[in-house]
Ligand binder design. Structure first.
Ligand SMILES: [Fe+2]
Ligand SMILES: [Fe+2]
Length: 427
């Protein structure tokens, strides 16, 4: 009867243990509970569960019960111990009878003092993953073979939990490694893109640094639109590579110190399509870089090239690059045309919003500029690209503010706020 009762109790503990082990959230807690359940099932007061480190060849305690503060938290195994434990498997070893092994010789006194009676190597798939130490039974009886079977079964559960944990740690290490590799690849990709941009710009001696600047302006716009980090990077790449098709256009056309004729212009206008052909076979991680190259000369009003697309037909990224590209063209000296003053350019962007440019893209770009002019953004993105003097043009901040108002006169929120005050924008 007593025997049966114990059996039911032990199996109950086993079931609980299985459940505990599937809950992987708190490993340490799981192991502590396991030890608790095992001791409870068999009436054992003292014990410990350790995890084996293959690299350090040591058993590190995960849970200790009733063994006192000075019980060593880490115990070394020799090669001989390892071999013996592996061939022994999960069967509980009577510590008193195992004195031939170095492990028990070394710790003889310590184990004896605490009256540890059983040692269970946890062997999972031919590997030692840990061990269980058990003291004498509260009743003072010796362990029966039946007790040992229960210990072995529970030990198996605990062993699997530790092995699972080790596997998880391994996977995490690998994903760490993958992340590192990915980051490396990503920076290699960016270096390649920049090298390409520099190569494109080399061909065009009058617009030195054009692609790089268009990349940076596109980046500013994407960031101002509230895009995520990767999308912003993607926008920068699209800008860097937008004119890649120019690599196949004759140098003398690109560098013509005069306004080119119709034939030359037709030749130059092939560069978006050529760029698309070059970029299309490459896998770009974040955005549609080839489409940005293909359509960066399209206009909202359908008067652009190569396909004369209208507003909604133009990919969004191409609209961003278009603004960045046009802005750079207006703000740099060309052989037949000097750069235009900042106020003029802002006015141009506003006037052409809805015709060439997407109004909300112009808004995003100008808000970025205004933040810098008002000192809210201290990264000096615009000053670095356009020069300090250029950005300090008289009345520029007011001009930009005015332009922003014109583009997006008010929001319902500011309208309500303005209703109570005098002289606000009410038109
Ligand atoms: Fe272009
Ligand atoms: Fe361009």
């Amino acid at each position: 009867m007593l025997h049966e009762h114990k059996l039911i109790h032990a199996f109950g503990a086993l079931a609980e243990l299985g459940q505990e082990i599937t809950n992987r959230n708190n490993f340490q807690e799981t192991i502590r509970t396991s030890l608790h359940l095992l001791s409870g099932a068999l009436g054992i007061r003292r014990g410990a569960v350790a995890r084996y480190s293959r690299f350090g060849h040591e058993l590190n305690m995960l849970a200790v019960r009733g063994l006192g503060e000075d019980f060593p938290l880490s115990l070394l195994l020799t090669g001989e111990d390892e071999r013996q434990f592996l061939s022994n498997g999960m069967a509980p070893i009577d510590i008193g009878e195992a004195q031939v092994l170095p492990f028990f010789q070394v710790h003889n006194v310590s184990f004896d003092q605490r009256r540890l009676e059983l040692f269970v190597p946890l062997v999972v798939r031919d590997e030692i993953v840990g061990a269980i130490f058990l003291g004498e039974k509260a009743t003072g009886e010796i362990y029966t073979s039946y007790d040992k079977e229960i210990i072995c079964a529970m030990g198996q559960h605990i062993g699997v939990a530790i092995a699972q944990r080790n596997l998880m740690a391994e996977i995490e290490r690998h994903s760490e490694e993958n992340r590192r590799l990915f980051d490396e690849m990503r920076s290699t990709y960016h270096d390649t893109v920049k090298a390409f941009a520099a190569a494109i710009d080399c061909k065009d001696k009058y617009t030195e640094g054009h692609s790089v600047r268009v990349g940076k302006f596109s980046e500013i716009i994407a960031a101002e639109l509230g895009w995520g980090t990767e999308e912003v990077e993607g926008a920068a790449v699209a800008g860097y590579l937008h004119d890649v098709g120019k690599l196949t256009v004759e140098r003398k056309i690109i560098n013509a110190p005069y306004r080119i004729n119709a034939k030359e212009s037709a030749e130059l206008n092939k560069h978006p399509a050529v760029g698309y052909e070059i970029l299309q076979p490459i896998h770009h991680p974040y955005t549609d870089v080839p489409l940005a190259a293909k359509y960066h000369h399209e206009r909202l009003d359908g008067r652009g090239y190569p396909d004369g697309l209208y507003d909604r037909e133009i990919p969004y990224i191409a609209k961003i690059v278009n603004l960045a590209d046009s802005f750079d063209a207006m703000t740099t000296d060309r052989p037949y045309k000097a750069r235009r003053p900042a106020n003029d350019v802002v006015e141009d962007l506003t006037r052409n919003a809805g015709k060439q440019f997407s109004p909300e893209i112009v808004t995003a770009f100008l808000s970025g500029m205004l933040k810098e002019l008002k000192g809210e953004d201290r990264t000096k993105r615009f000053r670095r690209l356009l020069g300090r003097d250029y950005m300090e043009a008289e009345g520029l901040a007011t001009k930009v503010k005015y332009a922003l108002n014109e583009l997006a006169p008010t929001t319902p929120m500011t309208y309500i706020a303005a209703a109570g005050s005098v002289g606000s924008q009410t038109n």
